[in-house]
Ligand binder design. Structure first.
Ligand SMILES: C[S@@+](CC[C@H](N)C(=O)[O-])C[C@H]1O[C@@H](n2cnc3c(N)ncnc32)[C@H](O)[C@@H]1O
Length: 213
């Protein structure tokens, strides 16, 4: 798998990492052992800083998995702010509920069970901040649905836009060719959208940041 950022830099920053909450470290170990894709720790730090800077009241996450990024977002929310997170996998929902309970964040994080493609058109809320981290083939549709419920000046934060390095690679393994084509197409849509100002940052697996105009 091609490296996006030189491994030496990542190792250097990892060694500087301050002691983390044991639950966060346990979740990272659980995700690694069980092959659950969660947000890269550097991207998570970036997301946390964005939440602390933006101070959103209503946050939407699309793709909770085991609740790792949900907890990292919720820990940074200001008083009276909340996070809705949509997840379609029943086993992941069960795991997320357990971790969120242990983090004592059950009153801040609301898990919406179901497919975001069906759930989002029925949401009657608008959001200050949306984190998109779902199946890549759904990205275009979920992005358009997100724009409809994102407030003016709101932020959309999208993971995996460098797609393990394959988005920029000349040669892509057969099993990644379809997903890479989808991500490349999405990146063009994202950067050319007239509804947002946008940029893609080489952090973690590639983070897209859009601000609604
Ligand atoms: C990459 S993981 C999310 C990781 C999580 N954001 C974190 O960093 O801890 C993607 C999750 O999105 C869920 N998912 C994918 N497409 C979805 C959709 N259309 N609606 C709801 N959930 C979806 C998957 O079941 C999976 O649990």
């Amino acid at each position: 798998m091609p490296n996006i950022i030189h491994a030496e830099q990542i190792e250097y920053l990892r060694n500087l990492r301050l002691p983390e909450d044991p639950l966060i470290l346990e979740m990272e170990d659980f995700a690694a052992a069980n092959k659950v894709p969660i947000l890269d720790w550097k991207s998570s730090e970036f997301l946390e800083q964005m939440i602390s800077t933006k101070k959103p009241k209503d946050v939407l996450e699309i793709g909770a998995a085991i609740g790792y990024s949900s907890i990292r977002i919720a820990r940074r929310l200001r008083k009276n702010a909340s996070l809705d997170t949509i997840e379609k996998s029943k086993p992941n929902i069960k795991l997320a509920k357990g971790f969120i309970k242990r983090a004592k964040l059950g009153s801040v994080i609301n898990i919406i069970e179901g497919d975001a493609l069906k759930v989002m058109p029925r949401l009657d809320k608008v959001y200050d901040f949306i984190f998109l981290d779902a199946d890549k083939q759904d990205y275009e549709k979920l992005f358009l649905l997100s724009l409809m419920i994102l407030k003016k000046g709101g932020v959309i934060f999208v993971d995996n836009l460098l797609w393990k390095g394959y988005a920029a690679a000349k040669s892509v393994p057969t099993e990644y060719q379809n997903s890479t084509r989808i991500i490349r197409g999405f990146n063009t849509t994202f950067l050319n959208s007239t509804a947002i100002t946008s940029a893609i940052m080489p952090i973690g697996d590639g983070i897209g940041i859009g601000i609604k105009i």
